[in-house]
Design a protein around this ligand. Sequence first.
Ligand code: AMP
Ligand code: ZN
Length: 481
Amino acid sequence: MNDTAAQPLKLFNSLTRQMEEFTPVHPGEARVYTCGPTVYNFQHIGNMRAYIFADLLGRTLNWKGYKLTHVINITDVGHLTSDADAGDDKMEKAAAKAGKSAWDIAKYYTDAYWLDIDRLNIRQPAKWAIATDHVEEMIAFAKSIADKHCYELESGLYFDVSTVPDYGRLAGMQSDDIEGRIEAVEGKRHPQDFAIWRKTPAGETRQMEWDSPWGKGAPGWHLECSQMSIKYLGERFDIHTGGIDHREIHHPNEIAQNQAHNCSEHSGANIWMHNNFLIDRAGKMSKSSGDFLRLQVLVDKGIHPLAYRLMCLQAHYRSELEFTWENLVAALTRLKRIVMGVEKMRAKDNPSILDVENAIASTMMRFEEAISDDLNTSVALTQMERTITASIGRSTAEEMLREMDTVLGLNVLNLARTDLRLAPKSASISEEEIEEKLDQRQQAKSEKDFATADTIRDELIAQGVELMDGDALRWDWKIDV
Ligand code: AMP
Ligand code: ZN
């Protein structure tokens, strides 16, 4: 419909701390690696913000005409409870607590994560790279850099960060961060040195352990992302994404390993991109705090998952986003307005050709300008809304919306108003029963039998459902989350 190649895609590179035009390593292709979840627990909705962002990026690259290869890893081994190389393996700890095997824990939470990926309309990547499937290759990777870049301690094999140029450039390393890490492991040469292989302590057995030249043990968390990204995307690929916390330790460590492995000063990926946090009143949403919101909680309240996706897209991915129920219901309302707008648009007549041409050109141009400007989704969303109300013929508008939605992924052409209903918390009857009574009431009203209509309304009130006659958004009943 429009010439999407006309506008260059500009992205903010955390490594150079500036906007850069996307120029692929392999012409016509885009290769993207996303740091995925550690599957020792459910993902909270803050984690899912990271994947909504990565999905938006992938969709944009596809829309711009690049052949996308997207890899997301699943960390099912090696991530310790502290980023300072101390503490337990998160998987082993969760398994011990649940009285299950670490493998069962990994499977259970990976499946739960994939369900949420689906519910948020996040597209399947070309590859889900599972860490435990790659341990032999990680050992080979470690062996290839051990002589020049690593040293062995009783607890494992450590990467010496002084052996690569510019360590910590991505993070803009802070000194207090360094202080925190020096005491964690005895014998480290530099506070920032990190484990690439962790030996199982003498006399202990871990559920997840492998033989290696440095003894039985497990890979350090950072090793998997270097090894798997290089394996699937090449020594130099286009974009690496993750949450902003990865900018401080995980990604600088990956970069150091990439430099060592590739015998190059280059960081491995041309552009490093980071989404900011979802926060709530208590601060950053995190799994370790124990009490966190997962997508299922929203679903249980009757809130459509795509309302959360819209909530994320309303903010720029590099801004903090505050979660409140009010914000979420506002996003749900907005999504409902869009969906109802589409219904209305489908029923309208075609306007004049001239109006159509002008409206298409300016709306698509602004949409593309916004997305090309480091994925400015909040402006892009307003152009989507503009398409619904502008003087554009039905089929053209649908085509434009389809194109915009390939980027935004809100499924606006397929959702129905009723998909976005919220069941009232106070209701003592099921949604189907409410629907049935609403139909009966509608029937009574159309037959001008107002006494029956009122009786049904009173019955519903007694069952905890307050109707909203005349509500412009046709919620049908009062929202109550
Ligand atoms: P984890 O499962 O802890 O490895 O985290 C998975 C992804 O979620 C990583 O990219 C994190 O950087 C990201 N993340 C963690 N907490 C948040 C948050 N509150 N908001 C946005 N992203 C987050
Ligand atoms: Zn990673």
